[in-house]
Design a protein around this ligand. Structure first.
Ligand code: NI
Length: 199
């Protein structure tokens, strides 16, 4: 005969909960072995605290509710950056009124030279839509890490420097989460078509 089985129930529940907890952690460990396949892309993006071309502090949360098209580069870039910014600007023009839901954002990887004033003058060439962001080196580095952006100073023979950098146009959703990334090889029509499917 079993004595007072009811009194054991709380202990059984506790044991089951511990067991379930262990399984849960085992699941975490298993998924951690293959993070790229399960959620790698979703890890692009996150909070930032930077200064725009008018000198105002801007945080990622300020843009929630709208799509962000985010590109990291620098104003002294001889080729890829201006090409990419032109593609972004032209693609948005092609979207018509729907472009109002998208904020194109240029984040400098060269905050030493790209002051708000420099960014303001530079971005004028690409129409009125762009928000240019710069800030303290530390804050720019944090934003770059959040967006998985590679960049590195490359000294030039004349004593100046260029910035090596990765080149991705990130589309972030109104919730601030990563949706897709593109690059300038799509051209304005290709980028506009890709955006139309997401907006
Ligand atoms: Ni560039």
């Amino acid at each position: 005969m079993i004595r007072t089985p009811l009194a054991l129930i709380p202990y059984l529940i506790a044991a089951l909960a511990v067991g379930a907890g262990l399984l849960w952690h085992a699941g975490d460990l298993l998924s951690a072995t293959n993070p790229v396949a399960s959620q790698g892309e979703a890890l692009v993006g996150g909070p930032f605290r930077l200064i725009d071309q008018d000198g105002n502090e801007r945080r990622a949360a300020d843009f929630h509710g709208r799509f962000m098209l985010v590109y990291f580069g620098y104003s002294n870039c001889p080729d890829v950056c201006p090409t990419t910014l032109a593609v972004m600007a032209d693609a948005l023009d092609k979207l018509g009124p729907r472009a109002g839901r998208v904020v194109p954002i240029f984040v400098t990887v060269d905050p030493e030279r790209d002051t708000p004033k420099v960014l303001k003058a530079y971005l004028k060439a690409f129409g009125p839509r762009f928000v240019g962001l710069t800030g303290a080196e530390k804050e720019v580095a944090a934003a770059g890490r959040a967006y998985r952006v590679y960049y590195k100073r490359a000294p030039l023979k004349d004593g100046g420097y260029a910035m090596d950098h990765s080149s991705h146009i990130y589309l972030m959703g109104p919730d601030g989460k990563f949706i897709a990334d593109y690059d300038e090889t799509l051209g304005p029509d290709g980028l506009a078509d890709a955006l139309r499917k997401q907006l």
